[in-house]
Ligand binder design. Structure first.
Ligand SMILES: *Cc1c(COP(=O)(O)O)cnc(C)c1O
Length: 365
């Protein structure tokens, strides 16, 4: 079976350096909040082009803690509306409802699947206080227009950059556009740890300090608690792994782009719609997502040919059992997307034979 993503092969590229880094941590005798996390935070902030990075336990916590910190800082209060794309991964929505804020779903742009500035503007009410821009599949949302809109209405902007490490517009990277951004280092992400991990990036020093405290039981200073915080830390061992992989992220992105170029050049089946690029040079291709009206049939066909594909995502947030907020409401474009998307195998280590096998199968279907 040609796997959708072979993490063993991806991490084997850096095996020696990962082992060396793991040994360094094991032998240091210091496993939480130490030198590796500190160094990674400095390196990742520099990579994103911001002044602060705060390591946390995972991507959901990064998003959740940013909104929580804005509440502690008096910038948000319970019940405030937060605009979010209707077709996002559930974590973006969970971060909002966990903070007792109100998610307002907006249909995405029909070509890029990212937030559309026009539809976002239409959703703004006097209660709107923030926008979550999700850089879906590795393509950065139209941040210039979204930031203009936010400035005009005095809104906070949170980037959900979990799928977009290194994605950029005119060289300015994800994580540096909004007032804060949340990243995930889940193993399958473009910058993946060997376990869970996440980070917040921001230029706002007060926000950075508040998040540091919130993720550490609400404490800036040992045994003094000014907030009812949580425990959300990036481990030393994961920070050490991430420092190795961050050194190669640009190389990884190049390899992803090379694989995508192959798909874009050779996929040729009128029943398959190829992904649409807004700003090609800035797309980091976390996922290569095609559309087909009889997508389930294509997925079965590929499986018969020994090719694994995945659906990102099969059920939109407004139809999830966890939420009754949107019972009876419909988001036709979002539903259409969820019914037609299919993600083809893609990783920095996928080789030409694999790519050619996928293309041949798709073209024959
Ligand atoms: C993966 C992901 C998250 C959550 O990250 P975790 O580290 O798994 O908690 C949030 N938002 C998006 C868009 C994601 O893809």
């Amino acid at each position: 079976m040609l796997p959708f993503l072979d993490l063993k092969s991806v991490n084997s590229l850096y095996r020696d350096e990962l082992i060396e880094a793991a040994i360094r941590v094991i032998d240091s005798g210091w496993y939480v909040h130490g030198q590796e996390v500190k160094a990674f935070e400095v390196e990742f902030a520099a990579y994103c082009g911001v002044s602060h990075c705060i390591g946390v336990a995972n991507g959901l916590d990064a998003l959740m803690l940013i909104l929580r910190a804005w509440k502690e800082m008096g910038k948000l209060k319970e019940g405030d509306e937060v605009i979010v794309p209707a077709n996002t991964y559930i974590a973006s929505i969970l971060a909002i409802t966990e903070n007792r804020l109100k998610p307002v779903l907006v249909e995405p742009d029909e070509l890029t699947f990212n937030l559309c500035p026009k539809k976002t503007a239409d959703a703004i009410t006097p209660n709107t206080k923030a926008i979550i821009a999700v850089h879906l599949y590795g393509q950065i949302a139209p941040m210039t227009d979204l930031m203009h809109l936010a400035d005009k209405h005095g809104l906070l902007v949170l980037e959900d950059a979990a799928q977009a490490h290194g994605a950029s517009i005119n060289g300015r990277r994800a994580g540096s556009w909004g007032h804060a951004a949340g990243f995930s280092f889940y193993p399958g992400k473009n910058l993946g740890a060997l376990g869970d991990g996440g980070a917040v990036t921001t230029d706002d020093s007060e926000l950075a300090e508040t998040i540091r405290a919130l993720g550490n039981y609400g404490s800036h200073k040992k045994y003094e608690n000014i907030y009812q915080g949580v425990n959300s830390r990036l481990d030393e061992i994961q920070a050490a792994m991430l420092r190795v992989k961050l050194r190669y992220i640009e190389e990884d992105i190049k390899l992803r782009r090379r694989a995508v170029d192959y798909y874009l050049n050779y996929l040729d089946n009128h029943a398959i719609q190829l992904p649409v690029l807004d700003k090609k040079e800035g797309h980091v291709w976390h996922l290569f997502v095609i559309r087909a009206s009889n997508r389930n049939d294509l997925q079965d066909y590929l499986r018969e040919k020994g090719i694994q594909s995945l659906i990102h995502y099969p059920i939109p947030p407004h139809k999830q059992k966890a939420y009754k907020l949107w019972a009876g409401e419909s988001y036709p474009l979002t539903e259409e997307i969820h019914n037609s998307v299919l993600s083809l195998p893609l990783s920095p280590t996928i080789d030409m034979n694999d790519l050619s096998e996928v293309v041949t199968a798709c073209n024959l279907w």
